[in-house]
Design a binder for this molecule. Structure first.
Ligand code: ATP
Ligand code: MG
Length: 277
């Protein structure tokens, strides 16, 4: 017997409705397939309506925004200060990160004009702020949480506008790697994800980088200084820094395998399909 799958349109619709588990089903004929699709569509739409009502009545905020609030509160309570820097940065800041025309990351940058782009990361702005603050106090403990932008070929774990949480401590009172591990623990305890793995890798910007993995997924990358890039920014002390992807944390928390199910969207709200009859 010839088995058939859902049509591409049906698969797309099932994905929108958050029913990834069903899209690989196969059927002996068109009638059975379409009947199963109609049945799934109806029950999943009903579930979306219930989930949206629950969002309005109880949950009230998307998971990524809840995580943001939780992390801000926790970091402030342990002595970090939140900073708010511009989304638009200068080409000079990109060069000062050692990112040049031949780098992969260069090709991922959204340029606004010859001299300005949307920030692909928070590090350049934080380097700048750190340099100003180091004259006033030490250690300098700061963090920023907000959108970053990279051209991506998309896929399951990449979006072009994502939320980064970058935390840095300049001139820590102990070994920077020890302090880095403490900071990582503070964040992952706050979001109740205590099991993770640290993995040393070679990365484009910082060279030796420490990736933080949960179930093989990179949720953050970290580095410690002194680092060769520091000179460009007038930084001479040791430091510990880490950048988390909030949507990646949300994916792990929610147990979903597509970042679209937690990211900013016009077709869904907190991962719940908005396009229902
Ligand atoms: P990847 O290897 O997954 O493309 P990366 O190593 O290029 O990520 P980093 O520069 O290390 O990314 O950024 C720090 C964190 O920001 C990553 O660990 C990830 O959690 C998150 N992140 C980076 N790019 C994206 C993206 N396009 N979409 C969602 N999250 C992202
Ligand atoms: Mg990384």
């Amino acid at each position: 017997m010839n088995y058939m799958e859902f049509t591409e349109t049906q698969k797309k619709r099932l994905k929108e409705l958050g029913a990834d588990n069903y899209i690989e089903l196969s059927f002996p004929n068109v009638k059975e397939r379409d009947s199963k699709f109609d049945q799934l569509n109806t029950s999943l739409e009903r579930k979306c309506k219930a989930d949206l009502l629950n969002l309005f009545k109880n949950v009230k905020r998307p998971l990524i925004k809840q995580l943001e609030s939780k992390l801000i509160k926790t970091l402030v309570s342990v002595g970090f200060v939140e900073v708010t820097t511009p989304y638009i940065i200068s080409k000079d800041f990109i060069y000062k990160m050692g990112i040049v025309e031949t780098h992969n990351l260069w090709r991922q940058i959204f340029w606004l004009d010859d001299g300005r782009c949307l920030r692909p990361m928070l590090a350049p702005n934080l380097y700048h702020v750190m340099k100003c603050l180091r004259k006033i106090l030490k250690p300098v403990r700061i963090f920023e949480i907000g959108p970053c932008f990279r051209k991506e070929s998309m896929g399951r774990e990449h979006i072009e506008g994502f939320t980064m949480l970058n935390i840095v401590e300049l001139a820590p009172e102990k070994d920077p790697f020890q302090r880095l591990k403490e900071i990582i623990n503070i964040v992952l305890d706050a979001v109740k994800l205590p099991s993770y793995v640290l993995n040393k890798v070679e990365a484009e910007v910082y060279g030796e980088t420490i990736d933080i993995l949960i179930d093989q997924n990179e949720i953050a990358s970290a580095a410690i200084g002194p680092h060769p890039l520091d000179e460009n920014w007038g930084i001479f002390d040791a430091w510990a820094g880490v950048g988390f992807g909030i949507e990646r944390i949300a994916m792990v928390k929610k147990g979903v395998n597509r970042i679209k199910q937690v990211s900013r969207s016009l077709t869904s709200l907190d991962g719940i399909c908005l396009d229902i009859q």
